[in-house]
Design a binder for this molecule. Structure first.
Ligand code: C2O
Length: 474
């Protein structure tokens, strides 16, 4: 295990005998034995400008863009696959994008003439700006239509280390990866539901980059593929922590038929369970096999907390309205909630309390996001996200553009949105269990729209908010 030890050196980090120390984490790097001879997807911000993966990617983009849109291995056709098939807001989201990336990576190998090419990933948590390799004039990796500038910094509220750590601690596959649906694009808006990796980090980055990235044709921007490689990496990280994907047969045995294309342009079917094992698919991430060491083990090294706080509200002219919603008193049992809160067991608990926000009209403008609070009497736009009443935030992805709901129906349809948030922890902090006898009168879910820019936030119209108690199944 001592051969081929990988070392990363980067500007803000020291490497000491295989320990990597950066501003807020301490990692040990060791060989991930099973990746030997396999493709390793690497952090784009740690690659030099002349790294073969970057050179090959540039070449692939140029070659694919020069191909006619009718060619399945062309840049335009690949983006159309996304528009026509990609599932969002349900549990097909992660495996679909994993298979999509893998087939794209193969096409890039062929197009670039470099069979060793591996798609890099963009770790927006560590590097919350557009990667420098994707900027600059006459660079095939640049994309004209982005709204993010080279100086824009993605907000820690959605992609910061704390948020991602919390998401990686989720134990249920559906909470992590989005919820059960019979098909990738269900006609019934009540099927599925957006989980936290998708609704918080993933959606946010689409809007943050903006331009094509905010639409169903987001793969037109070369950064799309690295964004999704990072989402895919976080799924692998979550699995590496011992968390299991859903084993429901309606999921694992589902076959995505004809969605993807191989290097010859032929359609390919992918069974969901075949996406689970990265090694079988011939790749891995450079962060796999990395173990976090308890800080106490390396106490002689200096530990510097990140001091960034990026959450600012710069608007003042218009009034922000925090909407409060009374609960639908169904379907939960007060006694269940009491039990959860009184035992204080929010970790490894078999039951959780969740807020389901559904029937949400897709907002006309996606220039705002939504913070969710519980029972905060003094809530206003300045209430910080470390307030005990804060639950989480979510944002939107291309929800205002209707997309083709299926090749058979062939008609366009805007999808009502549904978000699911685990409120167990916040509830246990802010609700007095002695007042729980009438929980419906004692819990308020509050939604606070926050604009990304200086403008008045758009309107959010949720049809329904429910509090439910869920029982862990897998
Ligand atoms: Cu199907 Cu992040 O897009």
């Amino acid at each position: 295990m001592t051969t081929n030890r990988r070392k990363f050196i980067k500007a803000s980090a020291l490497t000491v005998g295989g320990f990597l120390i950066n501003t807020n984490t301490i990692h040990a790097k060791d060989t991930f034995a099973s990746t030997a001879g396999k493709g390793v997807r690497k952090n784009v911000n740690l690659l030099s400008a002349t790294d073969p993966d970057l050179i090959a990617y540039k070449k692939a983009v140029e070659v694919m863009k020069a191909r006619p849109a009718s060619d399945p291995t062309s840049w335009a056709f690949q983006a159309t696959i996304h528009n026509d098939f990609c599932p969002h807001g349900n549990w097909f989201f992660l495996p679909w994008h994993r298979a999509y990336l893998k087939h794209f990576e193969d096409i890039c190998r062929e197009a670039s003439g470099n069979p060793d090419f591996n798609l890099p990933y963009w770790d927006w948590t560590e590097f919350p700006q557009i990667p420098p390799a994707f900027l600059g004039a006459n660079n095939p990796l640049n994309h004209q239509k982005r709204t993010a500038t080279p100086n824009s910094t993605a907000s820690g509220e959605f992609i910061g280390k704390k948020v991602i750590d919390e998401i990686l601690k989720l134990e249920s596959f559906e909470d992590f990866a989005s919820y059960n649906s019979t098909v990738p694009r269900p006609a019934d808006p009540n099927e599925g539901g957006t989980g936290q990796l998708e609704g918080t980090a993933h959606n946010y980055i689409h809007g943050f980059v903006g331009g094509d990235m905010g639409s169903w044709f987001s793969p037109l921007d070369p950064i799309f593929w690295l964004h999704h490689a990072n989402v895919d990496r976080l799924w692998a990280t979550w699995n590496d922590k011992g968390n299991k994907n859903s084993s429901k047969s309606s999921f694992v045995n589902f076959v995505l038929k004809g969605n993807f294309r191989n290097t010859k342009g032929e359609t390919v079917d992918v069974k969901i369970s075949d996406t689970f094992d990265l090694i079988k698919q011939g790749y891995n991430y450079d962060t796999q096999g990395e173990k976090e060491i308890a800080f106490a083990n390396v106490a002689s090294f200096q530990f510097v907390e990140s001091t960034k706080s990026e959450i600012t509200n710069t608007f003042a002219t218009k009034k922000l309205v925090a909407a409060s919603f009374a609960l639908k008193s169904e379907p939960f049992l007060t006694s269940d909630v009491k039990e959860i809160l009184e035992t204080g067991k929010t970790k490894n608990a078999s039951k959780q309390v969740k807020a389901i926000l559904s029937d949400i009209e897709p907002p006309a403008e996606e220039d705002f996001f939504v913070r969710v609070f519980l029972n905060c009497d003094y809530l206003d736009k300045n209430t910080p996200i470390n307030d005990p009443h804060y639950v989480g935030s979510f944002t939107f992805f291309a929800s205002n553009h209707s997309h083709n709901m299926g090749t058979h129906e062939g008609h366009m349809q805007a999808k009502k949105l549904k978000f699911v948030l685990d409120i167990t922890k916040t509830l246990s902090k802010v609700v007095n269990t002695s007042s729980l006898d009438n929980i419906a009168n004692n819990v308020r879910v509050q939604l606070l729209p926050i604009p990304f820019g200086a403008n008045n936030p758009g309107r959010l119209l949720p049809g329904k908010i429910e509090i439910v108690v869920t029982q862990k199944t897998d």
